[in-house]
Design a protein around this ligand. Structure first.
Ligand code: NAD
Length: 428
C-alpha cells in the first residue's frame, strides 16, 4: 500500500508550511522549526549468534528542544529512513506541545527486522545504539522510548547500557520500561486509550452514542489492541482489524461483521502484532486483502499501523457512512487524502493529538522516576484522561471558532507554543 515516492518528511514540512502561512510566521522562526536542530547517523556493529558481524544503520533526530528535553521513540524497521525519523521527530515536537507537556521532539531508529534477530542479537543491537548515542541523550537532553517493533525489554537493555557507561542510576533516561523496573502502570494502555479518550469527546460533541457506532481498525499492535479494548468497553463494535503478515510479506484484514473478539484474537497474535491467518479463519473471521479495512461500512476509522495508509488512492475507498477518523498511527494520512476528507466533511482527530497518550504517560513515567514514587494505575489513567480531554477540547474549540480543519487547528496551537518558546529564549 506504500507508494515508492512517499516521503514522510516532505509531508511533515508541507503540513508545517501551510500552518506557518496561516500564522504568518517570520522567516527565522520558519527556518528553525521546519527542520531538525540536530541529527545523528551512525553504524552499529553487532556480533551475531553465529559469530559473524553485521553492521546496522542507526539514527537519532532531535527536532526541537525549546520547550524541554527532546522526547521520542526508537523504531526498529527494515524500511526505516532518515526522512522517516525526521518526520517522526518533528511530529513529536508538535505532539508534546499540543498536550502541553514540557518536552521537545526527537525520534530514533535502526534499519533492521527484529523478526530475524534472536533475543541476544536484539540486546546487542540495543546496547550498540546506546554506545553510539550515550553522550548526546539523557534525562535532561533527550529521552527515548519504544515505538514500532521495540518494547519494554529493549528499553531496559538500553537503560542498563546507559547507566553502565555513566556509572550512576538514571531511571528518567528512558521511558516505556517494564513495570517494577521504573516503568509506569498504564503506559502499555496509554496510546490506545488516549485515542479513545479523544474519540469519546468527538462523539459527545456530535451527539453520537458510542454504543450506536461501528469502527474499522488498521493494525493489531500495541496502539490498536488497547484502542479496541476501550472502544468496545464504551459499547462500540469493531468489525475488523488488520496486520502485516511476515510470511506472505503483505497485509490482511480480519473481519467479523458482528464484532471482533479481542481476547480470542490476541491469543493468536504474535508479539509483533501479526495474526495467524489459518487460526483466524477457523474462528470464523473473513480474511480479506490488507486495504479492505478502509472500505468497510462503518462510522469510524482508526488507522493504527504505519504512515501513508490513507493516501490519494486508498481515500477513494472510504465508505459513505464514515463520519470520524481517529489517527492512532503517526502520519497515516497524506495531504492529498486530507483534501478529500475536508471535502467529505469527515471529522479527523489528527495523529499528534489522538496518539499523544503515549508520550503523556511517558512524561508521567519520568515524573514518577524523578520522585522515585510510583502512582496507582487509576491515578495514571485519570491524569491521562484529563490531559487528553483538555487538549482535544482546546483543538476542537479553536477549529469551531476559526472554521479550521482539525489537523490545522492542532498545528496552530502546537506551532504557536513552540514558536513562542523559541522567541522567549531569544533564539529568534
Ligand atoms: P506495533 O509494532 O505494536 O504494531 C503495529 C501493527 O501494525 C502490527 O499489528 C502490524 O502487523 C501492523 N502493520 C504493519 N504494517 C502494516 C500494513 N502495511 N498494513 C496493516 N497493518 C500493518 O506498533 P504500535 O506501537 O502499535 O504503533 C502503531 C503506530 O502508532 C505507529 O505509527 C507508531 O509510530 C504510532 N504510535 C505508537 C505509540 C506507542 O506508544 N506504541 C505512540 C504514538 C504513536
Amino acid at each position: 500500500m506504500e507508494s515508492k515516492t512517499f516521503n514522510p518528511f516532505a509531508m511533515a514540512q508541507h503540513q508545517f508550511d501551510q500552518v506557518a502561512d496561516l500564522l504568518d510566521l517570520d522567516v527565522p522562526t520558519r527556518d528553525l522549526l521546519r527542520a531538525p536542530m540536530r541529527e545523528f547517523h551512525f553504524l552499529i556493529p553487532v556480533r551475531m549468534d553465529d559469530g559473524s558481524v553485521r553492521v546496522f544503520r542507526g539514527y537519532r533526530v532531535q527536532h526541537n528542544d525549546a520547550r524541554g528535553p527532546c522526547k521520542g521513540g526508537i523504531r526498529f524497521h527494515p524500511q526505516e529512513t532518515a526522512d522517516t525519523v525526521r518526520a517522526l521527530a518533528m511530529w513529536m515536537t508538535w505532539k508534546c506541545a499540543v498536550v502541553d507537556i514540557p518536552l521537545g521532539g526527537g525520534k530514533g531508529g535502526v534499519v533492521c527486522d527484529p523478526h530475524n534477530l534472536s533475543q541476544r542479537e536484539q540486546e546487542r543491537l540495543c546496547r550498540g545504539w546506546i554506545r553510539q548515542m550515550a553522550k548526546n541523550v539523557g534525562p535532561l537532553e533527550d529521552v527515548p522510548a519504544p515505538d514500532v517493533m521495540t518494547n519494554p525489554q529493549h528499553m531496559l537493555w538500553m537503560l542498563d547500557e546507559y547507566e553502565t557507561i555513566h556509572g550512576k542510576k538514571y531511571p528518567g533516561f528512558i521511558t516505556g520500561k517494564p513495570v517494577g523496573m521504573g516503568g509506569s502502570l498504564g503506559r502499555t494502555e496509554a496510546t490506545g486509550y488516549g485515542v479513545i479518550y479523544t474519540l469519546r469527546e468527538a462523539l459527545k460533541e456530535q451527539d453520537i452514542r458510542p454504543e450506536d457506532t461501528t469502527a474499522a481498525v488498521q493494525g493489531f499492535g500495541n496502539v490498536s489492541q488497547f484502542a479496541v479494548d476501550l472502544y468496545q468497553r464504551l459499547g462500540g463494535t469493531v468489525v475488523c482489524v488488520s496486520c502485516w503478515d511476515q510470511a506472505d510479506q503483505t497485509s490482511y484484514t480480519f473481519r467479523k461483521a458482528q464484532g471482533i473478539h479481542l481476547a480470542e484474537l490476541r491469543e493468536i497474535t504474535d508479539r509483533f502484532g501479526g495474526i495467524d491467518k489459518a487460526k483466524a479463519k477457523a474462528m470464523g473471521y473473513d480474511v480479506l486483502p490488507g486495504d479492505a479495512w478502509i472500505a468497510q461500512d462503518v462510522d469510524i476509522l482508526i488507522p493504527a499501523a504505519l504512515e501513508n495508509q490513507v493516501n490519494g488512492e486508498t481515500v477513494q475507498k472510504i465508505g459513505p457512512k464514515v463520519r470520524i477518523m481517529a489517527e492512532g498511527a503517526n502520519g497515516p494520512t497524506t495531504p492529498e487524502a486530507d483534501a478529500f476528507m475536508k471535502e467529505r466533511g469527515i471529522f479527523v482527530i489528527p495523529d499528534f493529538l489522538a496518539n499523544a497518550g503515549g508520550v503523556t504517560c511517558s512524561y508521567f513515567e519520568q515524573v514518577q522516576c524523578n520522585m522515585n514514587y510510583f502512582w496507582e494505575k487509576d491515578e495514571v489513567l485519570g491524569r491521562l484522561d484529563q490531559k487528553m480531554t483538555s487538549a482535544f477540547l482546546a483543538v476542537s474549540d479553536l477549529a469551531r471558532r476559526k472554521k479550521l480543519y482539525m489537523r490545522d487547528a492542532a498545528y496552530v496551537i502546537s506551532i504557536s507554543r513552540v514558536a513562542q518558546a523559541s522567541r522567549d529564549r531569544g533564539w529568534v
